[in-house]
Design a protein around this ligand. Sequence first.
Ligand SMILES: [Zn+2]
Length: 262
Amino acid sequence: MSNNFKTLKSFPNLFEAELVKELLEENDFTVNILNEYTASNLPGVAGNDFMMIELQVLIEEFEGAQEFIDDIADAYIADRMLTEVGAKLDGHFLLTSGKHSDQYFEKIKIIQDPEKCSAICKALAERFADEDIDIVIGPAYGAIVLGFEVAKYLKKAFAFSQRNDGKMSFRSGFDLEPGMKALIIEDVTTTGGSIFEVIELLKEKQMHCVGVGLLVDRSNGTIDFGVPVEAMLTVDAKSWEADECPLCKQNIPLTKPGRSDK
Ligand SMILES: [Zn+2]
């Protein structure tokens, strides 16, 4: 049925494939999804132990579609996933600083849905597939799961760090040696705080930081870690003093995150 179509990208789950299909269709590409079921019924399509969803586009649109998704698909998928699991909230929020914002990240929600969490970690791991890495480090707690997942996909060791009496340190028992090349993974960062602490910790241990992988960079890419950074989603976090908040002026109800009362 689909001789005029060419596979653009394969996905481990229908969720991601549907998202990219939607995105492409919104931008006037003609898309076809070839799922595991139809694939197994087509002659000449190799079977696979893994469920793989193939997203296809018209052959004449292939190059344009490829360029298009290379640029924005990851960020779009990350945005939609984080929104669907309830980690990225859009609205009108009172931050702990007392300022108001139109966006809030409920970080813990990222790990509440293991399948989506794993999928986004796989995409992040792919960004570092060509790097020379010995170990993946995640600062506790949020990045323990994320770092573990990234390490799993990269087939590297994993360790986590945690604060002891306020100082970032490795959990005892991990095999860590001077000279090891480490990739740091973090969930959401605004100022880079705990990442800078892990970079310092690596220096103390005479290990090398070779990169930083973020699910969400809320600094709009402005933090300089001195190493390559990859973020699945880059946002420009906006916040205002209460008396200057444009959302208050529009009478949009204010939400205090982390509480059921609003
Ligand atoms: Zn406000």
